[in-house]
Design a protein around this ligand. Structure first.
Ligand SMILES: Nc1nc2c(ncn2[C@@H]2O[C@H](COP(=O)(O)OP(=O)(O)OP(=O)(O)O)[C@@H](O)[C@H]2O)c(=O)[nH]1
Ligand SMILES: C[S@@+](CC[C@H](N)C(=O)[O-])C[C@H]1O[C@@H](n2cnc3c(N)ncnc32)[C@H](O)[C@@H]1O
Ligand code: SF4
Ligand code: SF4
Length: 329
């Protein structure tokens, strides 16, 4: 059985973008009320009293958009300061990163993954649902700021959507040539916008790799990380290319993670709604850390049965009650 030692923590379910594949404009989402968000203290209590004793040592802050959380730097500092923390990272859309990168680094964050689906501002606006609002440049500035501050590895996440940004694969891959930027191509998953998924489907990573191989060649490589990416490199490039192929090559047999939502629900599998536990209510009712730990321990034991293999049993007729931005995608 895999060691489950990686916790993805959603700091907030809201987002300043409306990516078509994740939380499309007009989608009716029930946002968590402010009073239902785990406070920084509650989160730290769960990490110290429940997750660390169960062997969790790797943490990722995500969302929604984690940089919307006003106390994000304090949370980073507190998790980074724990002796047991072996890895702390963040996934962000970088819209607010330029002004926060230095403080986050100073607080102890050392690596960061940034969503960048297009190099073309118009396509970017179309994808992020902010057409006309011109947010590409600010995201690009955030990426540059993170690079200058020294985040390493610095990864760029691209969700590939047929007919929207797939014509940019080579341009995006080329970002890895001269800088140690690690570009990852993600197969579109049927969560977030099932209607778009129906019409666009997903493009297999193998097809993208062939396109890149034909242009530059491609060799196997490595980069620090805990995720499911298969890593390659253009010969001589400073950065790498990762492929996250959840649709074409199920990687659930190496699953090493659980997810904690912003309102304190622990979810054993991204794509299966079975088995979730509400940790916040117990915590607020004064249930002892040891009892919460026992509940999580039981969930860890049955996680292999819940994993993606059974996702068709784990949703309500194929529709998810909570989407990527609410789970901590
Ligand atoms: N199916 C599935 N997809 C995942 C899972 N974790 C991450 N992904 C996909 O991988 C994408 C990128 O994830 P990131 O947030 O950058 O994290 P990561 O790849 O685990 O990060 P590293 O530790 O840097 O390797 C997500 O947006 C998902 O599409 C998972 O547990 N299951
Ligand atoms: C939900 S976002 C949260 C963090 C942050 N807002 C961001 O965009 O990086 C985390 C990751 O999920 C990915 N994602 C969202 N919906 C997806 C989908 N339907 N299929 C594949 N990846 C998806 C995004 O591209 C992003 O890399
Ligand atoms: S992918 Fe990230 S930036 Fe885009 S809508 Fe989802 S949470 Fe927001
Ligand atoms: S789909 Fe579920 S089991 Fe598979 S890798 Fe993701 S979280 Fe793990």
């Amino acid at each position: 059985m895999n060691r489950i030692d990686y916790l993805r923590i959603s700091l907030v379910d809201r987002c300043n973008f409306r990516c078509q594949y994740c939380m499309p404009e007009g989608a009716e989402l029930d946002y968590v009320l402010q009073q239902d968000l785990l406070t920084a203290d509650e989160l730290l209590t769960l990490i110290r009293e429940v997750f660390i004793p169960l062997g969790f040592t790797r943490f990722r802050l995500t969302g929604g958009e984690p940089l919307l959380r006003p106390d994000v730097t304090e949370i980073v500092g507190a998790i980074a300061a724990l002796a047991q923390t072996q890895d702390l990272s963040m996934t962000t859309n970088a819209f607010l990163l330029a002004s926060k990168a230095r403080d986050l680094y100073a607080a102890g964050l050392r690596r960061i993954n940034i969503s960048l689906d297009s190099l073309d501002p118009e396509t970017f606006d179309l994808l992020t649902g902010n057409r006309g609002r011109g947010r590409w440049q600010q995201v690009w500035d955030g990426i540059q700021a993170a690079y200058e501050v020294g985040f390493d590895p610095l990864k760029l996440n691209v969700v590939v959507i047929a007919g929207v940004n797939d014509r940019e694969i080579l341009d995006l891959a080329a970002l890895s040539l001269d800088r140690a930027w690690h570009v990852r191509f993600i197969e579109f998953m049927p969560i977030g916008n099932p209607d778009l998924f129906q019409t666009r489907q997903w493009i297999p990573s193998a097809q993208l790799r062939q396109q890149i191989r034909d242009r530059w060649g491609l060799v196997e490589s490595r980069v620090r990380g805990n995720g499911p990416a298969d890593v390659f490199q253009i010969p001589g490039a400073k950065g790498t290319l990762g492929f996250i192929s959840q649709m074409s090559e199920c990687f659930c047999d190496r699953c090493n993670r659980m997810r904690l939502s912003a309102d304190g629900w622990l979810r054993p599998c991204l794509l299966n709604e079975t088995g979730q536990i509400d940790l916040k209510t117990g915590l607020r009712q004064g249930v002892a850390g040891s009892q919460l730990r026992d509940r999580v321990g039981e969930l860890l034991a049955i996680k292999p049965e819940i994993n993606f293999k059974q996702r068709d049993d784990g949703t309500d007729a194929g529709r998810y009650r909570r989407t990527m931005s609410q789970i901590g995608g």
